[in-house]
Ligand binder design. Structure first.
Ligand code: ZN
Length: 404
């Protein structure tokens, strides 16, 4: 027997009594149940299924099968049986979220069609956002969707929501009957067609075939917000959200904006200007730092070379970065003679540099592991990294003895 679809008769029905018409084993120890009637919307039309409880047991999935609706129930084997009267309850927050999102998508797609002749050729309801792929087909004068155009459509969409236009669902037995309505997209089905119209069917904001669940008025969608527009395979992918999710996203992003404003001592009206000022200042500071470092490193290189001639070949650094020391090795390389050690104290790293007659890479390879060190390099430059400073010192001592 085919279950009566109570969600089609009253989309606001949250609970109902039903009788089990069949029980069978499902995957992963679950139980598959069909009913004489159900409030559970099965997955379909881009809308995920309802969840909730059946006889108090969690319903984890609801799918349309050949001619019925199958509820997957997480219950002990034998807990449910054919002919049993059970109470159904759906997770209303999830359902209403689905209704807001689905209807929001309809209104938005309808407005892209009305304003720019854009046809919705793909719809995705994700966890973080929804997307529609808009193909510009019906109005040849429009060949692109700019951010300004998207904002205009977003405004029209929210205007339809404020006007609280009715959302009318009509059922037709045949394609021909359904085609009496002005639709933005050709019908794919031949019979048993449900058409959803937002606004009056004579002058709709949208009219499209859809089997999903929708609120009775556009106002219940609350709001629709577009996040970005991306050109995608000749179409335009619109990222957006509707209803509770759009509102929560707005709260979340306002928190981000407020944090930025606080850190820049700005208001939302001048935060961009102050941010740009910061960027300009940073650029200036970076340039100055670069010039200063260049100067310091040149002087340090000369100092190391001079020290080398006096027999000092170990140099320790804590302020310069490891990258700075690597630049130093390039400067002093040919003048380093047998070997020089540059120690980066914060990271227990030793850079070995030579004129090439001593093989730095081999020295590291043969000796670093004695002190739990690792690293490597080539003839003129190598690095050894240790876990504490004592190891750095004993490693240097060992190499010095080795080379004496
Ligand atoms: Zn729909």
């Amino acid at each position: 027997m085919k279950a009566r679809r109570l969600f089609k008769e009253d989309v606001y029905m949250k609970e109902a009594a039903a009788v089990i018409t069949s029980v069978s084993e499902a995957k992963n120890g679950m139980t598959a149940v069909t009913l004489d009637q159900t409030v559970f919307f099965p997955e379909g039309g881009g809308q995920s299924c309802d969840l909730g409880t059946l006889a108090g047991f969690p319903v984890t999935d609801v799918q349309e099968s050949a001619d019925d609706i199958v509820h997957t129930v997480d219950c002990p084997a034998g807990a449910l049986s054919e002919g049993q009267a059970v109470q159904l309850a759906i997770d209303w927050e999830r359902r209403f979220d689905n209704m807001q999102r689905h209807c929001g998508e309809h209104i938005l797609s309808g407005m892209f069609f009305r304003e720019y002749g854009g046809v919705n050729r793909g719809f995705h309801m994700g966890d973080q956002y929804m997307t529609v792929d808009i193909s510009l087909e019906a109005k040849p004068e429009f060949t692109t969707i700019t951010w300004e155009m998207a904002k205009h459509v977003e405004f029209c969409t929210n205007e339809a929501i404020w006007q609280n236009q009715p959302v009318i669902t009509r059922h037709f037995d045949t394609k021909k009957e359904a085609e009496s309505l002005p639709m933005r997209k050709a019908l794919a089905l031949e019979k048993d067609i449900t058409i959803v119209c937002v606004g009056s069917p004579e002058n709709p904001s949208d009219c499209v075939a859809c089997c999903g669940t929708h609120p009775s008025t556009a106002g219940q969608v609350g709001m629709v917000k577009i996040f970005k527009v991306e050109s995608n395979k000749g179409m335009f992918r619109i990222y957006f959200e509707a209803g509770r999710r759009a509102f929560l996203k707005y709260q979340e992003e306002m928190d981000v904006l407020n944090t930025l404003c606080t850190s820049l001592s700005a208001g939302t009206d001048d935060v961009l200007k102050k941010y740009q000022t910061q960027i300009d200042k940073n650029k200036e500071v970076r340039t100055q730092l670069y010039l200063l470092k260049k100067d310091v490193l040149a002087k340090e290189a000369a100092h190391i070379i001079e020290d080398y001639s006096r027999g000092i070949n170990v140099h320790r650094y804590s302020v310069l970065s490891l990258d700075d020391l690597v630049s130093l090795t390039r400067e002093i390389g040919p003048h380093a003679g047998k070997i020089a050690f540059l120690v980066h104290e914060p990271t227990f790293t030793v850079l070995l540099v030579s004129d090439g007659k001593t093989d730095c890479g081999k020295l590291v390879k043969d000796n670093a592991q004695i002190y739990n060190g690792k690293g490597g390099g080539n003839k003129t430059m190598a690095r050894a990294i240790f876990t504490k400073s004592e190891y750095v010192d004993t490693f240097i001592d060992l190499i010095e003895k080795h080379l004496r």
